[in-house]
Write a protein that binds this ligand. Structure first.
Ligand code: NAG
Ligand code: NAG
Ligand code: NAG
Ligand code: NAG
Ligand code: NAG
Ligand code: NAG
Ligand code: NAG
Ligand code: NAG
Ligand code: NAG
Ligand code: NAG
Ligand code: NAG
Length: 475
């Protein structure tokens, strides 16, 4: 029960085999007519953002491959370093707000910590830490995190000891978001805002992060059970109420790669009012491909406008920032969500590698081998084939320095800026983030004048390899 509750509230979709995952950019990627606009925009979309980023122009994906060698392996991160041309910093890019340091938000999932290991978390290396809790709803609109009381207190204490803003995140994919639609309606939003605010004040939190997945979502998905046509406008009204009660708190929201949807499942076109009540929005640029996908693919593409096949463009950092800023949400209030985990896919050896030993991109998965077991943090009851960066080390994919282990195939996809691993004996392919892809994400955050980055989740990293890389990119 504990595990199940925990897992369903994962911020990114790590597991959930019981429910069809709603990839964050459904309308961008779904091959349906409603998508025409959005998917047509995918390459156009990226173009203006990419212009300043100048990462992509080739029509087909190119890869940086493991150099041919006698053994199918090892990479050389030095030589494989993708060179992003950064010369063309366009004037459209928002100036960096130098009066406040960039946000380095770390998510800490309650189901992976206890009082004994929390103190080992690198609080000092983040500006904000958010406690990703598992609320218990005793009644439809009641929040109760009292079971976690000692842990919450320790979390806030440690954050403050390190001069870090302590936040808590509420929601997540699936049932964890089930009550947002009711809670934000006009008859309950006042109470709910009181509930969250008093919880924050009582525990000394500095901020509240709302992770509703998703307003106006698909009603047959568990989290969207009570979906209402007015979800997104109710969300806005709720945020205004919350803001009025919590003027001294940081308010943020975790969001998909395009603005929240209206009653016709179209993204809102004017997000300026949201920007006026929220301090920032975290773009969850991960879970683009996962256990639900027909082919392997990048978990967290930086850019996918160079992917030739439109069906395989499942959204990226570039397309997300473009979609949000086009809707009037300032880049300076966008935080790029970056994953300290990857997704594994069962891919038969015959489809997984090219003759030159590079890993094949977008091969079909062998559905007969699903579900795939990931690392120790993957849900044993409902495996999703997820591996944290640390878990890739524990399972023999990576060495302790974060580079591929001997005998493991490695390819860096220079189109989406994504590293892939393949274990030829278990026939499992993994798309993940390493120091190289994280550094490029950091560079993107800086170039686009974003507010910062958010790591999901802190405990997935290994000795701050990923954190150091993203910071280095932003430097
Ligand atoms: C909603 O989800 C159900 C179940 O996964 C799916 O069959 C249906 O096509 C989805 N509807 C839309 C509009 O995406
Ligand atoms: C990778 O892509 C960048 C542009 O994003 C390009 O400048 C570079 O030459 C590419 N590297 C390789 C090895 O293809
Ligand atoms: C820069 O950050 C400061 C402090 O957070 C804020 O008061 C100010 O409005 C920001 N300026 C811009 C242009 O965003
Ligand atoms: C909250 O949960 C705790 C532990 O399960 C329980 O003892 C307490 O009565 C609950 N509070 C409310 C208001 O339901
Ligand atoms: C509350 O919302 C309902 C449904 O959207 C609406 O019919 C009603 O008029 C609203 N009440 C107030 C006081 O705004
Ligand atoms: C915000 O204000 C409330 C009420 O005045 C207070 O209890 C709380 O400690 C304050 N929190 C912060 C983070 O300033
Ligand atoms: C967006 O909404 C704001 C606030 O309602 C309004 O001032 C602004 O003109 C709108 N922008 C556009 C492009 O419609
Ligand atoms: C594009 O990718 C989809 C999904 O893998 C595949 O079904 C389709 O055949 C591909 N289209 C082309 C033109 O390769
Ligand atoms: C290896 O082969 C693949 C598929 O033919 C190709 O896309 C890639 O560029 C090749 N890599 C090298 C280093 O030649
Ligand atoms: C692949 O995975 C198996 C099972 O975990 C492990 O024994 C092996 O060392 C891994 N690496 C290679 C190169 O096969
Ligand atoms: C983390 O903080 C320690 C202590 O201040 C510092 O030495 C280290 O460089 C920091 N690492 C990162 C990645 O921020």
């Amino acid at each position: 029960m504990r595990i199940q509750l925990s897992i369903i509230s994962l911020l990114p979709l790590l597991v959930c085999s019981w429910a069809k995952p709603a990839p964050t950019d459904t309308t961008i990627s779904a091959p349906t007519s409603s998508v025409a606009t959005a998917s047509g925009s995918a390459s156009a979309a990226a173009s203006s953002v990419a212009a300043s980023f100048s990462s992509t122009s080739s029509a087909s994906p190119s890869t940086i491959d493991t150099p041919m060698s006698s053994s199918p392996t090892s990479v050389v991160s030095g030589s494989a370093t993708a060179t992003l041309s950064r010369s063309a910093t366009s004037s459209a890019v928002a100036p960096h707000n130098t009066s406040s340091p960039p946000i380095a938000l770390g998510y800490v999932a309650d189901y992976h910590i206890d009082k004994t290991n929390l103190q080992n978390y690198p609080f000092e290396n983040y500006t904000h830490m958010s406690f990703f809790g598992t609320p218990v709803y005793n009644q439809e609109i009641e929040l109760n995190m009292t079971t976690e009381e000692p842990l919450v207190q320790e979390f806030v204490r440690l954050a403050h000891q390190h001069d870090v803003k302590a936040m808590f995140t509420i929601g997540g994919y699936g049932p964890a978001s089930v009550y947002f639609s009711l809670q934000t309606r006009n008859d309950s939003r006042e109470n709910y805002a009181d509930l969250l605010t008093s919880y924050a004040f009582q525990h000394g939190f500095d901020g509240i992060d709302l992770d509703w997945e998703y307003p106006n979502g698909n009603k047959s998905v568990a989290g969207d059970l009570f979906r209402d046509d007015d979800d997104t406008s109710n969300f806005l009204a709720f945020l205004k109420t919350l803001r009025s009660k919590a003027s001294n708190l940081t308010l943020s929201a975790a969001a998909p790669g395009q603005p929240w949807l209206d009653m016709h499942q179209k993204p809102w076109t004017n997000m300026s009012e949201f920007a006026s009540v929220l301090d920032f929005v975290v773009i969850m640029n991960y879970d683009r491909f996962g256990s639900w996908s027909a082919t392997a693919g990048p978990n967290a593409a930086l850019d996918d406008s160079c992917v030739a096949n439109a069906t395989l463009r499942q959204g990226s950092a570039v397309s997300s920032i473009k979609a949000w800023t086009d809707a009037g949400f300032p880049a300076s209030k966008l935080v790029l969500g970056v994953p300290a985990y990857g997704h594994g896919f069962p891919v038969p050896a015959g489809h997984a590698t090219n003759p030159n030993r590079s890993i094949a991109l977008y091969p079909p998965v062998d559905a007969s081998r699903l579900p795939l077991h990931g690392d120790k943090w993957d849900d044993p009851a409902a495996p999703g084939g997820t591996f944290t960066f640390q878990g890739l080390m524990d399972n023999g994919y990576l060495k302790q320095d974060g580079t591929p282990a001997d005998g493991i195939y490695y390819t860096f996809d220079n189109c989406t800026k994504t590293p892939f691993l393949y274990n030829g004996s278990t026939e499992v392919m993994v798309s993940y983030d390493d120091a190289q892809s994280m550094r490029l994400k950091g560079e993107f955050v800086k170039e686009q004048g974003l507010a910062g980055f958010a790591m999901f989740e802190v405990g997935g990293d290994h000795e701050n390899i990923l954190l150091s890389a993203v910071k280095e990119g932003m430097h």
